[in-house]
Ligand binder design. Structure first.
Ligand SMILES: Nc1ncnc2c1ncn2[C@@H]1O[C@H](COP(=O)(O)OP(=O)(O)O)[C@@H](O)[C@H]1O
Ligand SMILES: [Mg+2]
Length: 594
């Protein structure tokens, strides 16, 4: 204890608490810079400097401040808020300031009390390090020095930290803890398996690239109609109960990212508990290994202080950047960013700042934009793999929970200004049990054009044509339904009645997907393609039959049609759809014109 005191005192002059307002503490008598981490009160609660006036320093405290009193000491560590980056991040569950929750729980029980320090990365665990460079090699920032198998199949690249370069003077091989030195450069710099990085500063890249490939999700409505690019940003706004959390978790499970960073800021207290108990039991469908092997979870339960929630998104994105720098594609889910914005609002009001719209601080949209700008596809600083040109990406999927689902509120608006994909959840669809309840008319993806070549090359040349035909049918349905409301469906001409029928098939057989059904929860691209194709084939055959004056009733009663629905739930969808196609063609041939 005395040791620590001396060390911390040496870094900065101790001051004292002047005033306390919830998570915000004002101190006097310390010389601090913005974003310095300070230790507040006798219990040394962790805080961060967020405002400096003439003689006062304003600090947001990451732990509960009740019971601390003016006059208690405040010590400046002189360091910014950092995350520890290195092997051991995967499978971890952290709070907003990277304290491992299981360790906090073991130390404190269910109620997280205060002043507990727990390092983000274990100091005991040893990792087998295999170098890829030798003595005498020149290395520069971002270059891989070697590898550690972090979890089965996931190679953690140990990189030269940004700002360092030189000739390798010493390089080790063997088992090491994260703070052992594994490499020395000729200028004396020492490198361990762990590096630290200030959370509020984006990690540098060589250059940013524009997105050209989709982040595949296994969800038909996303992959076909509103695709997200690897390196892109999607927003999922929706009212309570519309399906934000289920969607985020489905994406964590099925998206084809290498690494998942999941930041949970629960709407309800038990929601995070669900995530915390469920995630560790989920299996990664691709590898058969636990999903946690490629996942970092950051959880803010409702009993955690707001300032830690404010910090959690930065902790999460910094971890995401670290894996991007290794050349991985990372998907980051934040559920829900509205809770983050509310933390900002609370802290801002404690600071007595001039409130902007709906009480949010005026800098709300800047903060949101700065956060989302850390997404992207990029060439890392260094060489991380010798055999291929490396690139990494961070795709961000942010849930937004506007009160009452009204997206005209500030957080939704600020998010939509930066997100290029809008997946709008619709409470009415959820009530009708249409899941995922994504509104297909209001949602959009601005990546559609950029991704067309990828789909044409990797799935089918006519992918785009099918997608466009489907969208046209759905839009036409919307117009027709207005007419039906007025005059009833019998008044519609045959052609239009058929359009309604095809739209219904698209909605029920294609857009709906049950996250809880073993097979339906994931649709590979080939399945998505074949299902679009067969629904639209029905459409084509139906219009042809109509042209030969076949009664519309007979066309709608085609039996093979119903079997398309089964494909959703069938592992052997290919044979099924092939036979459905043959049956359907035969049935249509047999229809007689009037
Ligand atoms: N894709 C889906 N498949 C099946 N059920 C779903 C799906 N999405 C949402 N649901 C249902 O809706 C409920 C509420 O979803 P949830 O994600 O918790 O809403 P939100 O996070 O928006 O408040 C879920 O408990 C589930 O029953
Ligand atoms: Mg939710």
């Amino acid at each position: 204890m005395g040791e620590v005191d001396k060390k911390e005192d040496a870094r900065g002059k101790a001051g004292s608490i002047y005033r306390i307002a919830g998570p915000v503490v004002v101190a006097k008598g310390i010389a601090a810079r913005m974003y310095d981490v300070v230790r507040v009160g006798k219990e040394k609660l962790m805080g961060e400097v967020i405002q400096i006036t003439d003689d006062k320093t304003v600090i947001q405290v990451y732990e509960d401040t009740s019971g601390i009193t003016p006059g208690e000491p405040v010590i400046n560590t002189g360091q910014p808020l950092v995350v520890e980056l290195g092997p051991g991040l995967l499978t971890s569950i952290y709070d907003g300031i990277q304290r491992p929750l299981p360790i906090l729980k073991a130390a404190m029980g269910d109620f997280i009390t205060r002043g507990v320090d727990a390092p983000g990365l274990s100091r005991e665990k040893k990792w087998e390090f295999t170098p890829v460079v030798s003595r005498g090699d020149m290395v520069k920032q971002g270059d891989a020095l070697g590898e550690v198998e972090e979890t089965p199949g996931i190679m953690h690249k140990v990189l030269v930290p940004p700002g360092m370069s030189g000739k390798v003077a010493e390089i080790s091989k063997g088992k090491f803890t994260v703070d052992n030195i594994i490499c020395k450069l000729d200028d004396g710099s020492k490198i361990s398996l762990m590096q630290k990085w200030p959370v509020r500063m984006p990690r540098p890249v060589n250059k940013k690239l524009s997105p050209v490939m989709p982040l595949l999700t296994g969800q038909r409505i996303f992959d076909a109609l509103f695709p997200l690019a690897k390196g892109g940003v999607a927003a999922i706004p929706g009212p309570f109960g519309a399906g934000k959390t289920v969607t985020q978790q489905t994406l964590a499970k099925w998206s084809d990212a290498d690494i998942i960073v999941y930041i949970g800021c629960g709407e309800r207290g038990n929601e995070m508990t669900e995530v915390l108990t469920e995630f560790p039991h989920l299996t990664d469908p691709k590898s058969g290994n636990p999903l946690m092997n490629r996942t970092v979870l950051i959880a803010n339960t409702s009993n955690m202080p707001v300032a830690a929630r404010e910090a959690s998104v930065y902790t999460g994105i910094t971890i995401a950047e670290f894996y991007r720098d290794m050349g991985y594609s990372v998907a980051l889910m934040a559920d829900s960013t509205s809770r983050w914005a509310e933390a900002m609002r609370e802290i801002s009001s404690r600071l007595e700042e001039m409130p902007g719209e709906e009480g949010y601080p005026a800098y709300l949209s800047t903060r949101l934009a700065e956060f989302y700008e850390r997404a992207g596809r990029a060439v890392p600083l260094g060489t991380v793999a010798s055999n291929k040109k490396s690139e990494g990406s961070i795709s961000v999927i942010g849930a937004v929970s506007p009160p009452g689902g009204d997206v005209s509120e500030p957080v939704s608006q600020a998010t939509l200004r930066v997100a290029k994909v809008y997946w709008k959840l619709d409470a009415r669809l959820a009530q009708r049990r249409h899941f995922p309840s994504i509104n297909w008319l209001d949602s959009y993806s601005l990546y559609l054009r950029a991704l067309e070549p990828w789909y044409a090359q990797n799935v089918a040349a006519d992918w785009k044509e099918y997608v466009e035909r489907m969208m046209r049918v759905l839009q036409e349905e919307e117009k027709l339904l207005e007419i039906v409301q007025l005059v009833g469906s019998d008044a519609l001409p045959d052609r239009e009645q058929l359009t309604l029928e095809i739209a219904k098939m698209i909605r029920e057989f294609f857009l709906q997907q049950n996250a809880y059904h073993e097979v339906d929860t994931y649709s590979e691209l080939k399945k998505t393609y074949m299902m679009m194709k067969i629904i639209l084939l029905y459409g084509t055959l139906a219009q042809e039959s109509l042209a030969r004056k076949v009664p519309v009733r007979d066309i709608i009663n085609i039996k093979a049609k119903q079997k398309i629905a089964n494909a959703r739930f069938e592992k052997g969808y290919e044979e099924l759809l092939d036979s459905v196609e043959q049956e359907m063609r035969k049935e249509f041939e047999q229809l007689k014109g009037a």
